[in-house]
Design a protein around this ligand. Structure first.
Ligand SMILES: [Zn+2]
Length: 401
């Protein structure tokens, strides 16, 4: 039994509690009010630290790490090399306090394999929910392959029409996907399309979403333009990723149906910050300049309207690095979110989206001991989360400085 004592705690309701104790037994939190101290317990004094639940990055890609031009990389890199890098990236997420991550599309099922390797104790890493390959239409966002026969090692699997879509979704589930990822619109990192263009149709998405829901799983849509966002919501999607052009109707639809928004502000911010001088493709820089304001406005409006929000970085996009995931909290706060709400989006919100709310997302008895700590009060200064001092996952300490 391990007792962390003399600490401040942000509880599941967002209260800041001083002078608390957390008792950990095995992989779980046993108590947050143990008095007197149980005998035979190992006691660690954490004066000056604030503990909170392990953070959740609900949108990232494990195989890349902020390379300026991912497309070139992906087309030339050997898949085993991408897999080795994915392990390092995931470990960096964990050490940055992100004890759970959701991969929304990776090459050749490396996310599925890495998740299994972590679960089996082969390597250290965060808890994972994985999408396997994202599904896109021919020539859509995620289809950067010229020949269809190479797509099995690619980022996306290609499907056109209802029957191909059903097969593609079933195949992802067979391969171990926890989520189905669908490309509802064009995107920033795809040459030759526009974020506003709808791509997979409502019927195609409905087919894949049905297959996911039948298996008790969820579906997420890369959705940037308004029409594609609404197609995905009408098709029954569980989360809108990016959500760049949200109008009032889309926001209302998301609210009514409990659809999450994962804003991924870091993706846009880092492309804008580094620009084409740093080697980012010109088309991506141009598109970011066109969408950035609308994106921030959509995020603010959705937040004010009470749309459910989970934190996601889209780590992997240019200069958006694994291990720097907490930048997203800072960006959400700078865009107008209350710091405590940003922390909740990164913990409770993510846990609900990942269907892991019973297990993780708050520090309370009975939950898994996924706990991080910072020096000081992150509700007063959310940027403290960029410098996490203590990381515990399932009762095991991975970092304590
Ligand atoms: Zn993404």
């Amino acid at each position: 039994m391990l007792i962390l004592t003399n600490l401040n705690l942000i509880d599941g309701e967002g209260n800041f509690l001083e002078g608390k104790k957390v008792v950990i037994e095995g992989t779980k939190i046993k108590d947050i009010n143990a008095d007197p101290t149980p005998a035979n317990a190992e006691v660690t004094d954490m004066k000056g630290y604030t503990i909170l639940p392990g953070l959740i990055d609900a949108h990232l890609h494990l195989g890349w790490n902020g390379e300026p031009n991912i497309e070139t990389k992906m087309l030339k890199e050997l898949l085993p090399m991408t897999a080795l890098k994915a392990y390092v990236n995931a470990k960096n997420d964990l050490l940055a306090g992100f004890t759970t991550v959701r991969s929304l599309g990776d090459r050749g099922y490396i996310d599925v394999a890495l998740k299994k390797a972590v679960e089996d104790g082969v390597v250290d890493g965060p808890r994972m929910k994985v999408a396997g390959q994202a599904i896109s239409m021919t020539g859509g966002h995620g289809d950067m392959w010229l020949a269809p026969e190479v797509t099995s090692s690619g980022f996306g699997t290609i499907a056109d029409g209802i029957e191909e879509m059903r097969k593609a979704a079933r195949y992802q589930l067979k391969m171990g996907a926890d989520f189905i990822k669908l490309m509802a619109t064009g995107g920033v990192m795809s040459e030759g399309d526009e974020p506003g263009s709808p791509q997979l149709t409502e019927e195609e998405m409905r087919t894949a979403i049905e297959e996911a829901h039948k298996a008790g799983k969820k579906a997420a849509a890369h959705a940037q333009g308004t029409e594609g966002i609404k197609n995905a919501i009408r098709a029954g999607i569980d989360s809108i990723e990016h959500g760049i052009f949200l109008d009032d109707e889309a926001i209302q639809m998301m609210k009514d149906r409990g659809v999450f928004m994962i804003p991924t502000l870091s993706a846009v911010f880092n492309i804008k910050k580094h620009g084409k001088e740093a080697g980012i493709p010109e088309y991506a820089v141009r598109k970011v300049e066109q969408i950035m304001e609308a994106h921030l406005e959509s995020f603010r409006k959705a937040y004010k309207a009470g749309v459910k929000i989970a934190l996601g970085t889209d780590a992997a996009t240019p200069f958006n690095k694994h291990g720097e995931n907490a930048q997203e909290l800072e960006l959400m706060v700078n865009a107008g979110m209350d710091p405590l709400d940003a922390i909740m989006a990164a913990t409770k919100g993510g846990a609900e989206l990942l269907s892991m709310g019973e297990m993780i997302g708050s520090v309370e008895p009975g939950k898994e001991a996924d706990i991080i700590a910072v020096k000081g009060n992150p509700i007063e200064d959310v940027s403290l989360l960029k410098d996490v001092k203590f990381v515990m996952k399932a009762g095991k300490i991975y970092k304590f400085i």
